[in-house]
Ligand binder design. Structure first.
Ligand SMILES: C[S@@+](CC[C@H](N)C(=O)[O-])C[C@H]1O[C@@H](n2cnc3c(N)ncnc32)[C@H](O)[C@@H]1O
Length: 277
């Protein structure tokens, strides 16, 4: 019996995160990113008239296609299709994946796909994973804003950071971040809190990571600076190449100078430090 609904949506990269949040509110519980947009899955029973209307209003009639798929086949196909992802010294893989000898020498980050964002299948995550080896100092205290699955904190801890605090406004992140901390053996050094900088009374972090989106990052910049030690790198991602100039203007206004940058496809990330000049 077909009992899972697969909804294929065409949507631009910068609108995907907000759309996934809405779909989660409407009962969708698994997501894949594609070249054209997002594929979302829900039990067929959740695909009722109000949900159809909500999707239609949100993306327009031309932007989505719904079909039913066999539950068992869908799970098997989806899990099998999750290939390990290489980024810098890391290979990101779900817990059920066996890694072949081609991954010998890489640091495994075990992250199972759930509701939270951050499985290594997005450019913004991979960009930060590649930047980390040059900026994580031994025993660093890390603040990871918008931690999602906790992947960036787990990577920083694997590189020698002493502790990481992850915060995320998405409650799924706390559950998933805690699970992933345990899966990777860093549960004693990684704490996840629900919320944003309002749940971080601490300061003096040696490294600040924030992979979110420009509209959230720009107003947050002065507070990120305040949480960091004077020489701490502040790593921003979730930004498009086309947003580079606007972001650097805002960073300059917050007293930050560009130290390093990287891009993959249309996505851009940077390392900023307090401008002492
Ligand atoms: C692009 S994901 C990044 C996840 C993960 N850190 C990674 O690099 O793959 C952005 C995350 O930021 C969270 N987020 C959005 N706005 C936020 C805010 N104001 N404060 C904290 N987290 C926020 C979202 O819920 C989402 O989990």
């Amino acid at each position: 019996m077909p009992d899972t609904l697969r909804l294929t949506l065409t949507v631009s990269p910068d609108a995907r995160e907000a759309l996934v949040a809405d779909l989660a509110d409407w009962g969708f519980d698994a997501f894949e990113e594609t070249d054209d947009g997002v594929v979302a899955y829900a039990p067929v029973a959740r695909w009722d008239a109000p949900t159809r209307e909500a999707v239609d209003r949100r993306v327009g009639g031309a932007g989505w296609r719904a079909e039913t798929v066999e539950d068992q086949d869908w799970n098997a196909t989806w899990e099998a299709s999750l290939e390990p992802v290489v980024a810098g010294p890391f290979v990101v893989a779900p817990s059920w994946a066996d890694l072949g000898p081609e991954h010998d020498g890489r640091t495994r980050l075990t992250v199972d796909p759930k509701m939270a964002f951050g499985t290594g299948y997005h450019e913004s995550t991979r960009l930060v994973l590649r930047l980390l080896p040059d900026i994580v100092l031994p025993d660093a205290r890390v603040l990871d804003v918008g931690t999602g699955t906790g992947i960036l904190s787990i990577a920083a801890l694997a590189l020698g950071a002493s502790s990481a605090l992850g915060v995320d406004i998405d409650p799924w992140s706390v559950t998933n971040g805690d699970e992933n901390a345990t899966r990777n053996g860093v549960q004693d050094r990684f704490e996840v809190r629900e919320g944003s900088l309002d749940v971080v009374p601490e300061d003096g972090f040696d490294l600040v990571l924030a992979n979110i989106i420009r509209s959230v990052l720009v107003p947050m910049l002065p507070d990120l600076v305040q949480k960091a030690t004077p020489r701490a790198p502040i790593v921003l991602a979730g930004l498009l190449v086309t947003e580079r100039e606007a972001l650097l203007d805002a960073a300059g206004g917050a007293g930050l100078a560009l130290e390093h940058e990287a891009s993959e496809n249309e996505w851009w990330a940077c390392v900023l430090r307090r401008d002492e000049g």
